[in-house]
Design a protein around this ligand. Structure first.
Ligand code: NAD
Ligand code: DAU
Length: 332
């Protein structure tokens, strides 16, 4: 697998994976990215030009996709519309990119018999009760709640069908909530960090008791590489690092870091259909493929992420105003 096509490689998690490939393998990487509002070319700056090439294009453009897939040994598919709140305001681009785009990629890897890894989310399983003893496993039934998670579930089903019906050599991973550098300020942790840096209060939906299972994006990248190298074709692997935290606890940790009172919170309108709790049981990935997360101290990872946003205000500041204007229009 010396030539790897990474879709969505200019986004938050995809760009981390490109850095991971350059640092840990001898692969040549082509990034296919449409450079939507969520992307950042800066996240790829400094990578060696003889190892990494950026092609600006749409995964739903069959001609572009086919020419790139034909010259690749593997495709790792990150490109997506990724934000739940946006999918509630306008689901159309989610259907187009997440479902139609994945279909176009699958047809190309089928034609050229290229190894495919599909990056998906734990949200395809719906949510858990706060006090449920169970966590998501690879056998949990699909029950997506939002337009975003429904389109990701649809894309997972396409991949499974292309494996079974056409023998496509694919694996799927479903990961929990990522945090780390380069995440767009529309997402929960960067939004709250940058609200506090700008002197405002963090903004928490509903009662703040919703639980997310946090994993550092570096650990997501090492897991995807492990699956690409060692995963069994046709299998799904759940990726998680035992990082369950309520939203209000995360916000309190951010406030503590800045020396602000822990109750200095703006309680705002809840998200429609807001999933209550996500939690990943990642035993299959650990026992079968020997993967372990490295960033298990959430407070340390959060502190490093806060420092990164403090040091990179020039990157996020131009995105902040427009993002907050969209939230303000919804009372969030
Ligand atoms: P992101 O929104 O930060 O980045 C998405 C990237 O895809 C952007 O660079 C964007 O320009 C590109 N893109 C969008 N539409 C495209 C199209 N039609 N053609 C080509 N490129 C296109 O997303 P992210 O948070 O980095 O998520 C990446 C993947 O990981 C997604 O598939 C998402 O579902 C999955 N995932 C994310 C998380 C998380 O916590 N963020 C967790 C589990 C899984
Ligand atoms: O679980 C994996 C998923 O995690 C990925 O598939 C998605 O691409 C990714 O965006 C993320 O989805 P969430 O909806 O969980 O993430 P978000 O950062 O939008 O919100 C996290 C939690 O914080 C959620 O319970 C909603 C809440 N929230 C969010 C924002 C933006 C707030 O309370 N206030 C906010 O301002």
């Amino acid at each position: 697998m010396r030539r790897i096509l990474v879709t969505g490689g200019a986004g938050f998690i995809g760009s981390n994976f490109v850095h991971h490939l350059v640092a840990n393998t001898d692969a040549y990487v082509t990034v296919l990215d449409k450079l939507t509002y969520a992307s950042s070319e800066a996240s790829l700056a400094g990578l060696p030009g003889d190892r990494v090439k950026l092609v600006v294009g749409d995964i739903a453009d069959a001609a572009v996709v086919e020419s790139l897939v034909a010259e690749s040994d593997a495709v790792v598919h990150y490109a997506a519309e990724s934000h739940n709140d946006n999918s509630l305001s306008d689901p159309a681009p989610f259907v187009q990119t997440n479902i139609v785009g994945t279909f176009i990629l699958l047809e190309a890897v089928r034609k050229h018999d290229v190894r495919f890894h599909h990056v998906s989310t734990d949200e395809v399983y719906g949510d858990l009760d706060l006090d449920a003893p169970k966590r998501f496993t690879e056998d949990t039934p699909y029950q997506p709640s939002s337009p975003y998670s429904a389109t990701k579930a649809g894309s997972d089903h396409l991949v499974r069908a292309w494996v079974r019906s056409f023998g496509v050599r694919a694996t799927i991973s479903n990961c929990s909530n990522n945090y780390g550098p380069w995440q767009h300020v529309e997402k929960f942790i960067p939004r709250q960090i940058t609200e506090v840096i700008e002197g405002r209060r963090p903004r928490v939906y509903g009662d703040g008791l919703n639980v997310r299972d946090w994993i550092h994006t570096e650990d997501h990248s090492s897991a995807v590489w492990t699956i690409l190298e060692k995963g069994r074709i046709g299998e799904t692997y759940l990726i998680g690092a035992d990082g369950e935290k309520s939203n209000v606890d995360v916000v309190r940790a951010i406030l503590r870091h800045f020396g602000r009172p822990e109750d200095d919170i703006e309680w705002v309108t809840d998200r429609a259909g807001h999933d209550r709790r996500y939690a990943i049981e990642s035993g299959k990935l650990r026992s079968e493929l020997g993967w372990e997360p490295k960033y298990q101290d959430f407070d340390k990872g959060l502190a490093a992420t806060i420092s990164w946003y403090q040091e990179n205000e020039a990157w996020w500041s131009p995105l902040k105003h427009e993002t907050e204007a969209k939230y303000a229009a919804k009372g969030q």
